[in-house]
Design a protein around this ligand. Structure first.
Ligand SMILES: Nc1ncnc2c1ncn2[C@@H]1O[C@H](COP(=O)(O)OP(=O)(O)OP(=O)(O)O)[C@@H](O)[C@H]1O
Length: 689
């Protein structure tokens, strides 16, 4: 801190301050000057001891063997001790005694040294041992006095609370941990409330010369006048930590996901599935942050943790074409880019919910637990009426992730989304949603309310109320103070985390180019060793999404040794490639072969017949049915008149004509209305009524 060319230094010992003049002056401004300045107050006792030694030697030269001098010196020493005692009557009792004893000891030694000689008998030993002892006793006294008057005892707390307008509040014994002080606060009964402390947080931070986020208050839920004031003086998050790999490869999704660390160094963890012990169901997560707040890297922290678990599958939609997530794409059970593909994915989630809930119920699970993902060999969890183990394949936890979800959610409508979110929680499904901007113009109040968990990164101060619950903001959380200047800094509110932690900032880890190969290996690991969609989930989703849901199919050759570490995956990947992720229907197709050009492919059967004449009504209907098949084969499961624009031109048919046919097809059970007017979902031919 530089003010008027002087440097002010604050000490941690007693919070005292002094100035050093960089141009010289008493301290000299140099390191030796600084040290001298620190040591100076402790020198006088030592100078006194040295002086007494010198006086003893000189006195002996002069008064050795003089009887008169002996009497004189003894009297002088007694008188000096008496004077000291008298002069010290106004100071503290201990100080008075300490002074008198020092003078008595010093003058008695001096008398003896003068008369008998400083090196005679034990006189020199007494000097060498007693001198430093006496000097040190004064140094100790001085150090203690500094702490008494300057330290953070009751007195200075009072001063602090007075300064911030909480004069009559009391601070109890503080718990001091490295870089974290927790002090219980008791307010004046009937006069002050916890709110008063919350409002004073910024002033407390100012009084302590700390950032606002370093001071938090956790009100006692049982009392309006008690709580804990938490002060974290040093920002341990300023150091950037790079992601090096998942925390628990092959663990269960029910174990904590480690996504970074808190400001006191503790691990930043969260859980997506519910907890049978507390009865809570799975949670849905909002990742909220402004541009440049580190949302992308935070999402990677969460996604890499999920993909590294043995019993979870991920459906992932990203309108940004997997810009950030490409290295992990192979590990996803279903990946969709924006638009129609996302619409189909939403329909897939909707279809999976009742199927999964039914399955869990049939196997006597009140909610998803890791055992539900195993083969059902336990008679406690059987779907057979005779009570014998059913041996059904297990059902992995499902994470449905929607990047940049504002449009998707808006199209879906509040009621639909709220319904999905509500029901998904007991179906072993977590929804994860990220937004370009955390604000109510991106997401409605009721949709926001259906996402119980949030990772709140830096944002515009006006959007804090959208990201975080009011109680957490009141307790001192301020993501608005970070904006995009502190990428990765976040508050995490999620069931399972101790609520006292909610207002503590954490930081996720950073992903650099070095992380790419590790992510690729992780994706390959997930392909080989991760879970695959169970028949119930896969069946339900295929019923609505058809080919658009490819699913993560297993390499069924179980005899092949399966790699269990990321490194092993890297080595085996080349060998196993080609056997994985291939739809049984597609086996035999060379994946390296160029795909036929989509336009041409579509044109061949339908559009190739452009003759310039209008087709007959019967021909037109047949062409239309073929077109729907083409869309289905291409996995484009949601269609509307605008998708038929070119087709109309080529076949001399009009868009209103197509609109009519779409409605007819819906009546016939070939299509189903979506939440968006004019958009229809194709019901896969196999399941069409
Ligand atoms: N935990 C972190 N620690 C340090 N730097 C980080 C961290 N997370 C992200 N960053 C860096 O911050 C910058 C912005 O991050 P990122 O692109 O993820 O932000 P974003 O919120 O996704 O922005 P946008 O919405 O514009 O894509 C990047 O340079 C990134 O490397």
């Amino acid at each position: 801190m530089t003010r008027n060319n002087r440097v002010t230094t604050y000490h941690h010992d007693g919070m005292s301050s002094y100035t050093m003049d960089p141009r010289g002056g008493s301290g000299g401004g140099s390191i030796s000057g600084y040290l001298l300045h620190r040591v100076k107050p402790h020198l006088p006792p030592w100078l006194g001891v040295a002086g007494a030694g010198l006086a003893g030697a000189l006195g002996h030269e002069r008064w050795a063997n003089s009887a008169g001098a002996g009497v004189g010196l003894t009297l002088a020493s007694v008188a000096l001790t008496g004077t000291t005692w008298w002069v010290g009557r106004t100071t503290g009792k201990q100080r008075r005694l300490h002074s008198a004893i020092t003078v008595a000891a010093g003058s008695a030694w001096l008398t003896a040294a003068c008369l008998a000689g400083p090196t005679t008998g034990p006189i020199d030993d007494v000097y060498l041992m007693g001198g430093p002892g006496v000097a040190l006793s004064w140094n100790v006294r001085m150090a203690m006095r500094r702490n008494d008057t300057d330290g953070a005892g009751e007195g200075s707390d009072k001063g602090l609370l007075e300064k911030v307008g909480l004069a009559r509040a009391q601070i109890g014994t503080a718990k001091v941990e490295p870089n974290r002080v927790t002090a219980p606060v008791a307010l004046e009964p009937g006069e002050q409330t916890n709110d008063d402390v919350t409002k004073a947080l910024a002033r407390i931070a100012s009084a302590l010369d700390l950032p606002k986020s370093a001071v938090r208050y956790t009100p006692d839920p049982d009392s309006e006048r008690r709580g804990d004031l938490v002060i974290v003086p040093e920002d341990m998050l300023s150091e950037v930590v790079e992601w090096e790999g998942p925390s628990n490869l092959g663990g269960s999704i029910a174990e904590p996901l480690v996504i970074g660390r808190y400001d006191d160094g503790a691990e930043l963890v969260m859980w997506l599935p519910g907890d049978p012990e507390t009865g809570r169901n799975s949670t849905h997560l909002l990742i909220a942050g402004g541009t440049g707040s580190g949302k992308g890297d935070t999402a990677l922290n969460v996604l890499t943790e999920i993909l590294s678990r043995r019993d979870a599958i991920v459906w992932f939609s990203d309108p940004k074409a997997f810009q950030d997530f490409a290295p992990l794409r192979a590990g996803l059970d279903w990946d969709a880019e924006g638009g129609t593909q996302t619409e189909v994915m939403v329909a897939g989630v909707e279809a999976a919910i009742p199927a999964r809930t039914r399955w869990l119920g049939a196997h006597s699970y009140r909610q998803w637990v890791p055992e539900a993902a195993e083969v059902q060999n336990d008679p406690e969890h059987t779907c057979r009426s005779d009570g014998r183990a059913c041996g059904c394949p297990g059902m992995p936890f499902l994470v449905a992730w929607f990047e940049e979800a504002a449009n998707t959610l808006r199209n879906l409508g509040d009621d639909t989304f709220t319904g999905i979110a509500q029901e998904a929680r007991s179906a072993g499904i977590s929804l994860v949603v990220s937004l370009q901007r955390p604000s109510y113009d991106q997401m409605s109040t009721s949709t926001r309310a259906s996402l119980p968990s949030v990772i709140a990164l830096g944002c515009d101060p006006r959007d804090e109320g959208f990201s975080l619950p009011e109680t957490v903001i009141d307790a001192g959380a301020h993501p608005g103070a970070w904006g995009n200047r502190r990428p990765g800094y976040c508050y995490v509110v999620s069931p399972g985390i101790d609520e006292d932690r909610y207002p503590s900032p954490g930081r996720t880890r950073r992903f650099t180019i070095r992380a790419v190969p590790v992510m690729e290996r992780l994706a390959a690991w997930a392909q080989h060793n991760g879970a695959h969609a169970d028949p119930v989930t896969a069946g339900a989703v295929s019923g609505v999404a058809g080919r658009a849901y490819t699913g993560r199919t297993t390499d069924t050759d179980d005899s092949a040794p399966q790699p269990t570490t990321l490194r092993a995956v890297e080595e085996e990947d080349d060998m196993n490639h080609g056997g994985l992720l291939v739809d049984p229907e597609d086996s035999g197709i060379d994946p390296e072969e160029e795909l036929p050009d989509a336009e041409e492919g579509d044109d061949a059967p339908i559009f190739g017949q452009t003759t310039g004449r209008k087709p007959s009504p019967a021909e037109a209907r047949q062409l239309f049915a073929q077109a729907l098949e083409e869309f289905e084969d291409a996995g484009e499961m949601v269609v509307g008149p605008k998708d038929f624009m070119d087709w109309c031109d080529r076949n001399n048919l009009s868009r209103p004509w197509v609109s009519e046919r779409l409605k007819e097809a819906a009546m016939a059970g070939r299509l189903e209305a979506t939440n968006t007017t004019g958009r229809w979902r194709i019901i896969p031919a196999l399941t069409a009524a």
